[in-house]
Design a protein around this ligand. Sequence first.
Ligand code: FES
Length: 347
Amino acid sequence: MSNETSFETFLGQQNEEAWASALATLLRSIHEVDRTATQIWFAFYPLSLFSALRDADDRDQLVQQLLLQGDYELKDQIDRSHRFLYGHRFWPQIRKAVAAHADSFAESAHTSLPDQIFTVARAVAQQSKTDESLLVGITAVAFMTVQQTGLDAFKAAPGTIGIDKKHAKKSPEQILRDRAKVDSQGLLGFLKTVNKQFTVTHDENDNQANYKLNEGQDLAWGAAEDRSRDWVAIDPRRMEGPIPVECRSASCGTCWVGVVGGAERLSDVGVREGKKIKEFGYIDSVEPKPLIRLACQALAQGAVSVVIPPWNGQFGKYLKSLKRDQSEHVSPIREAPSEAPRKETLN
Ligand code: FES
């Protein structure tokens, strides 16, 4: 890129490892309301996938090979990809401050990635008289957005907030209290014979965005009962309620969700879910209750709050093979995703 700014050059030098290390440093300083949400956002928009698509000889072919569906590119959602972060409320100020930071960036004087993020978050916190911890996550998101979209596109985005005034006024404590709420099962709720029902919230900024499911049902099962809206009109992948699903057997990766609240109230990750979620590329974790789950496999044991990513695909095995081949300095062997779902074999 000939017109690349020195800030973009700096960001271009930050690889996945650099970002993982920066996030580990930043997380300690991110308010609880956004600590998990920030990690979910970084899982939703992986730098490694962005780089693989950018560098592909035939991008369209790779998109097909990785079975990518939906809005997987940040450039199409600069202002809204982070709507589920509390810090989204400060997006106009953060966007302006990051753009100003980029314009005044002097390569020779730059500090580390986390230090730059702290500096911008601190400046906005002082200007807007806000707790800095509420701005660190959204500032990191803004930096990564510039890296993936370029500074011009970042600056050209309208910089608007995508939530209504009523929700924008909620305090972080109110949101944490809502996430901690337990569904009342009525006076006889303690009896084993009572069919317990739990609430799944899938957009904390919309009072209607929730559905009920019975104890032990998976998140996707409960979602299929929700016919309150024309879900397909909202997202063509949502053919059976608010959560996109296809196979219901941990084979396609369509139903991945981020769990912002109540992860401890879901069943532990089973062997198949754990294996497939890594193969899809969504999360590489041995945690029994990680922040990314396959909705068709996670069974409800209480109320949860989830975020639905606007896309899905199968890229874990491909990116691993790419990394392996790059480290060996040979041309990549492009592995096809395992169990690539064929529409006619699903359901
Ligand atoms: S619906 Fe296919 S993995 Fe869950």
